[in-house]
Each structure stands twice: as structure tokens, then as C-alpha cells.
Design a protein around this ligand. Structure first.
Ligand code: ATP
Length: 220
């Protein structure tokens, strides 16, 4: 098999990664110490094995070091998650993504030099919170600790006005990088662009600037 992805831990998070990667036609090795979980994924992914990922020899045997990207999706058992990550780094796995359970877990993972740390519950919570504030806020993605990218519907105060007139960059310090109208997308839109109902904007900026922009122009 081509050594694309290995996913360790087949809970809801790891399981959903396995399903999506497989749907995208990727080769996935699914790993869990629980036989029932492994059986559940046998017909979904290219390979599934029962294995305790805190056992270095077992990981070596299946050639984990040859995988391009390993995702550690062990949740509750912090010790198992950390130990697995240490083994993967020691074996020289190049790309490791780990699901962090809490800030303390994240701190340790950072010290271990993990490339990507994810907090699915926290991230999803933030996205949903923004969406429930207003139906016009469609999606919200962190770019860094203090920068985000948001997908928003043009608010009523924007309709019939141009980008130039609204002066979004100067007034709110954030950038409209694309506007979608129906199936048409305008990337780096023209300043003369006039907003209409249903236009969807992609906006990048500092969190505080985006919040100000949303409060003034998006939330009706
Ligand atoms: P989710 O919220 O994604 O469902 P969770 O936070 O509940 O996950 P757990 O259920 O603790 O996470 O772990 C996910 C999976 O990881 C479980 O199926 C569990 O069997 C598996 N797992 C835990 N420890 C190990 C280990 N040492 N080796 C392999 N698999 C493990």
C-alpha cells in the first residue's frame, strides 16, 4: 500500500478522519487497541489493525515510520497519547497531527515538536458560537491566536453600497479577499463592487477588527 496516512484511535474524531480521507480516495491505515473499533473500520479504510500504540515494537513492525502523516486521535488517555507521540517523533515520522485534550496536553505536545495540534471540540465550539450570534456569520476559522478568516453574508447596511464607499479596510482594518454571488466568485474584488442581498464575503483580519466589522456591518 502507498504509505499516505495512519490514524491512531478510532473514536468519533479519528473515525471521522478515516471516513473523510477514504472518501477522498486516500490510503488509510486505521489503528486501535479495541478489536470492535478495528472491525468497524475494516470495510471503510484500506487497512485496519489492532495494536496498542504505546508499544514501540508493534508500531515499528507495521512500518509506521514510513507513513507520510500520522494522526494521533486518542482522546481521554493523555498518557497513551503522549507516549504514542514520543514514539512517533523518535521513529522520525515527518508529519504528526495530535488531538489535544486540554491546555496542559497541548503544552507537552508543543515541547515534543508536534507539527499540528488540534482541539476539535474547542474549534467547533467557537465556530458554532459565531454562527449562533448571527445567521449572517456562516463560518469562522482561526488563522493564528489573534487572526481569523470569516465567511459572512452581506448585512443590510451594506446593500447597494460599494466596497470603496464602505471603506472596510480603513475603517475596520480587515480585508475582503473574495465575494461570492451565486456561483460567481470574485477574488480580490474591485473597489467599485456594489453589494447585493445574498452576497457572501470572505474576510481576513485580526479578531478584534473582524468583531468590530461584524458588529457594525454584518449583524443586522
Ligand atoms: P472522540 O471524542 O473522538 O470519540 P475520545 O476523546 O472519547 O474520542 P477515546 O475514546 O479516549 O477518545 O479514544 C479514542 C480511541 O483511541 C478509542 O477507540 C480507544 O480504543 C483508542 N485508544 C486509546 N488508547 C489507545 C492505544 N494506546 N493504542 C491504540 N488505540 C488506543
Amino acid at each position: 500500500m502507498s504509505k499516505d496516512f495512519a490514524v491512531i484511535g478510532l473514536g468519533r474524531f479519528g473515525g471521522s478522519i478515516c471516513r473523510e480521507l477514504s472518501k477522498e480516495g486516500k490510503q488509510v491505515l486505521a489503528i486501535d487497541s479495541d478489536e470492535m473499533k478495528v472491525n468497524e473500520f475494516k470495510n471503510i479504510v484500506s487497512h485496519a489493525v489492532i495494536l496498542d500504540s504505546t508499544d514501540e515494537e508493534s508500531l515499528k513492525e507495521i512500518g509506521i515510520q514510513n507513513f507520510e502523516h500520522v494522526i494521533v486521535a486518542i482522546g481521554e488517555n493523555l498518557q497513551a497519547s503522549i507516549l504514542t507521540t514520543v514514539i512517533l517523533t523518535d521513529l522520525g515520522v515527518e508529519r504528526i497531527t495530535v488531538k489535544a485534550q486540554n491546555d496542559y496536553h497541548e503544552k507537552i505536545l508543543r515541547k515534543l515538536g508536534v507539527n499540528r495540534i488540534v482541539h476539535p471540540e474547542r474549534e467547533m465550539g467557537r465556530r458554532i458560537a459565531h454562527n449562533v450570534i448571527s445567521n449572517n456569520i456562516l463560518d469562522y476559522l482561526d488563522l493564528s491566536d489573534d487572526h481569523s478568516i470569516v465567511e459572512v453574508k452581506a448585512g443590510v447596511k451594506m446593500i447597494g453600497k460599494s466596497l470603496l464607499e464602505l471603506n472596510i479596510r480603513a475603517k475596520y482594518g480587515c480585508n475582503v479577499v473574495a465575494i461570492k454571488r451565486g456561483e460567481e466568485i470574485e477574488v480580490t474584488p474591485n473597489p467599485e463592487y456594489i453589494f447585493a442581498h445574498g452576497d457572501v464575503l470572505l474576510v481576513v483580519g485580526k479578531d478584534k477588527d473582524i468583531n468590530r466589522f461584524e458588529r457594525n456591518l454584518i449583524i443586522d
